[in-house]
Design a protein around this ligand. Sequence first.
Ligand code: ARG
Length: 476
Amino acid sequence: MTDSAKSTAAPTAASGGKAWGGVFNVPTDKRVEAFSESISFDRRLADDDIDGSIAHSRMLADCGLITAAEADAIRDTLEEIRQEIASDQFTFTAAKEDIHLHIESALTERLGDTGRKLHTARSRNDQVATDLRLYCRRAIDRIDAGLLDLQRAFLDLATREQDLVIPAYTHLRRAQPVLGAHQLLGWCEKFARDRDRLADCRRRTNIMPLGSAALAGTSLPIDREKTRVALGFATTAANSLDAASDRDFVCELSFVLSLTAVHLSQWAEEWIIYSTDEFGFLNLPEAFCTGSSIMPQKINPDVLELVRGKSARTIGNVQQLLVLLKGLPTAYNRDLQEDKEAVFDSIDTLEAMLGVAAPLVAGTAFARDRINASIDRGHLDATTLMEALISEGVPQRTAHETVGKLVRRALNAGCTLADLSDDDCRSDYAGWNASLRNALGASRAVERMVSFGSTAPAQVAEQVAAWRQRLETAET
Ligand code: ARG
């Protein structure tokens, strides 16, 4: 090859400076540029794109495909470009389509032929797949840390409310009494499962597609193991066709985030209800409430309502991604460009939700006096009384019916079960004895619990300690 054959050929007029100019006779229509650009949203992959390119160029040098000096120059110039992007000094234009072409063309403008070597043994297909995996991996770690913060806030509140007895509900009707801590630790469990799902999703995200090139791999002697180690991926994708188009990790992450958002929406709804005047169980921190522009007295739970409301878009994003992938033929198709906005939106939404959820929980207190004042309403001790009868040998169905009659008697008299006289009780249950009164009252009902995982004070104390241990030593 002569020197001139090796040197940079100026882009033809028809190519319009495009990376694929050679074969085209006419420039791209401006309307197509506007329609097909992704730079307006994929610029947030800049850091990951640069990390990927630095690792790739170092590997090319190690394999003798470029020189070490060229790899150094590429790295230094990419770091310069990184700084310019971070400080808003970089110019983006739809004509350059996406973040990959922007960064590569900036490199080439500065380094000439050396820059033109970066894309050796690489395609934008494996490049974008790599960038997106790096981006999602970082997002997973940030969201996991946010969930850990939230769990810690719930645990701290549980520790403060460990001895408070509150009513628990099914069908939003008073059911049985529980310890406040038991209720709060229930949220820790849900978010622990979400974190577990995130970790699982991270495992399938942490696989390197780079080196798959367009779809078939490359005839150049690359070393994918070197790139894998440099980028911290756990494994290297074993099938180039699949790797260039696999977006399972995007769907999985979106689903995990949507289920997390659904959990957050359930919590938000519950606390909206608990903080109403009608319930009056919770005092929300004023800094996390907003007012009304017309009704001067209003202190509204808008933050919780938005947590509840924003969960909707994360569910929509999962749907969009699944439909996007449905029926796509093997390897890269441009449809895949549409994967980013959906998953970016779910990531942004979760980070925003978690950013307000943890401090809101930390600033919330239970309204102990109001809860105590109404704890005897709703016959919360009826189930425990039924179990006391069962302990005396009464068959469960009979015990249930007997206590049902006692509750009816109390309802008619407008009193609690404990207010019924021994004579009243004896007329519904001939074996009534004073010791059965030990099952009555919300606190006693809680204290009589014994089963693993129940609201028994000893069980809850163990759970508080176990969570403390688990969350203090947790790694993010
Ligand atoms: N902007 C594209 C995307 O996000 C990058 C890959 C383009 N590849 C191609 N062969 N046109 O998917």
